[in-house]
Design a protein around this ligand. Structure first.
Ligand SMILES: Nc1ncnc2c1ncn2[C@@H]1O[C@H](COP(=O)(O)OP(=O)(O)OP(=O)(O)O)[C@@H](O)[C@H]1O
Ligand SMILES: [Mg+2]
Length: 464
């Protein structure tokens, strides 16, 4: 329950406000003087102060001052007499939330009070979220301490309570599915299922009947009515994964689901209503797909109500140690290698690698390293060549030949791959520029990219 302090030397005004605010569900404390009010604001937790400006001896301004000093987040509303605009302005300058002029209407004060408290609640909530996130650097199964991830955590908490459609974008392995789950489990739908469907994983007809269900006789083999996953997720969350891969026919039907929460089963005539929250995810550039006529623009706008973009791991390297330690802990347990840790050298390599497969790739590398490590620490030699080599400074001759020998071919191509990727990164994805950085002709640079499958398959036209 929120507590409101009313300070007014006029008894009738105190009583009026007390009755009215109690009726609104607030806990009301009243005082007849500024001195008493100051005592209250500096000794107990108050959510809102309403004070008359004109009181004998100390005035409302003194109450305002004390309250601001004690807790600047508590809104203070001043009551002024008609014609004392100057003092009101002065109070606002000092930090008063608002003022109302006597005589005022009930609705007027109700509105000001509820607005002030709403703002206070928001501020309070944001502060609490910040603290929570900072303490643990995690949200559900998601870990992250980078500014980008902490902001994503905040956004997740905010949107979880709403029913708004969310579109999660990010490269493969950045944690899109984990974000979708976090939203679901923080929402009030958490006791109902989150159902996901991967639009890229099955042929069109199957995808449709899986999603929307079918009517008996809709096609050969449809021997009975069957509920689709949309119906199964009723009351819960529907996770529309790899949405960029959805065939147009499914996109059209999905649009209707988003607009009306309604659809028909395959072969059915009846409209089926569902109460679902939709979350979609993709690692593709939907705007580009729209341009190419592969994705419906209207569906895009319906999905992109609340966009959450997860940046690639290489753009938030502060998260790497946190993730590494979590994965070490996890795989140490599953491989019964208690007490295992990671050496500083190995950690440094992991922190500097470019992680094209993002968190998933990092997780796999750690699992493999734990299996391979013979001692109690993960060392650089337990990491894949590509990563190991990314830290080798050839000019300083820090290379050593391990007892088991090296596969020179593999090493060199790993190194080449590494340099090509770094050059592309440095050139902001512009291939021509990147080619110059590694002193290759554009032609052979492009050939090598294709050979290693780097930088997507399409040649960037504007560059050529
Ligand atoms: N911030 C994170 N904290 C902890 N684990 C993470 C984080 N991000 C991703 N992971 C882990 O990385 C793996 C990949 O995550 P997820 O499946 O959510 O990625 P995705 O973006 O959906 O990838 P794809 O596009 O390939 O489907 C999972 O094992 C997940 O647990
Ligand atoms: Mg995924």
């Amino acid at each position: 329950m929120l507590t409101v302090l009313v300070a007014d030397d006029e008894k009738s005004m105190r009583e009026f406000l007390e009755i009215m605010l109690s009726r609104e569900g607030y806990d009301v404390v009243t005082t007849a003087s500024a001195e008493e009010a100051i005592e209250v604001v500096t000794s107990r937790s108050i959510d809102l102060v309403i004070t008359d400006i004109n009181m004998p001896k100390a005035t409302g301004m003194a109450v305002l001052k004390s309250s601001m000093e004690f807790d600047p987040e508590v809104p203070v509303i001043m009551i002024t007499a008609f014609g004392s605009a100057d003092t009101a302005v002065e109070a606002m300058k000092m930090g008063a939330y608002d003022y109302i002029t006597k005589p005022f209407k009930v609705d007027e004060i109700k509105l000001v009070v509820s607005k002030a408290l709403e703002r206070r609640r928001d501020k309070e909530e944001i502060r609490r979220l910040k603290e929570e996130v900072v303490q643990s650097y995690s949200l559900g199964d998601l870990l992250g301490r980078s500014e980008q991830m902490v902001n994503i955590f905040r956004l997740i908490k905010k949107v979880a309570v709403s029913n708004s459609t969310v579109l999660i974008t990010g490269e493969s392995g950045t944690g899109k599915e984990l974000v979708a789950k976090a939203i679901h489990y923080l929402s009030n739908r958490k006791d109902r299922p989150i159902i996901s469907i991967n639009c890229g994983a099955m042929p069109e007809q199957l995808l449709e009947s899986e999603m929307f269900g079918y009517q008996k006789g809709a096609f050969t083999g449809a021997n009975a009515d069957k509920k689709g996953l949309l119906e199964v997720s009723d009351g819960g969350t529907f996770f529309f994964d790899e949405v960029g891969e959805a065939p147009i026919s499914v996109q059209v039907k999905m649009l209707r689901v988003l607009q009306e929460r309604e659809f028909k089963r395959v072969g059915g005539v009846k409209d089926i209503k569902v109460d679902i929250r939709v979350i979609a995810a993709t690692n593709q550039n939907l705007e580009k797909l729209i341009e190419d006529g592969l994705f419906r623009e209207d569906l895009y706008y319906r999905l992109n109500i609340i966009p959450i973009h997860i940046p690639p791991l290489r753009e938030r390297r502060e998260d790497i140690p946190l993730l590494v330690n979590r994965f070490v802990e996890k795989f140490v347990v599953s491989n019964a290698k208690a007490g295992m840790s990671i050496s500083n050298d190995a950690m440094r390599l992991l922190e500097n690698y470019h992680w094209r497969g993002n968190v998933r790739e990092l997780e796999n590398v750690i699992e493999r390293a734990i299996v391979l490590a013979t001692g109690t620490r993960i060392e650089p030699e337990n990491l894949p060549d590509e990563i190991k080599l990314s830290g080798v400074d050839i000019r300083n001759g820090t290379m050593t030949i391990p007892d088991e020998g090296v596969d020179l071919e593999e090493m060199l191509s790993g190194l080449e791959k590494e340099y090509l990727t770094k050059a592309l990164e440095a050139a902001g994805g512009k291939k021509k520029q990147a080619a110059k950085l590694v002193k290759l002709s554009f032609r052979s640079f492009r050939y090598k990219l294709a050979k290693y499958g780097i930088g997507g398959s399409s040649g960037d036209g504007e560059d050529e």
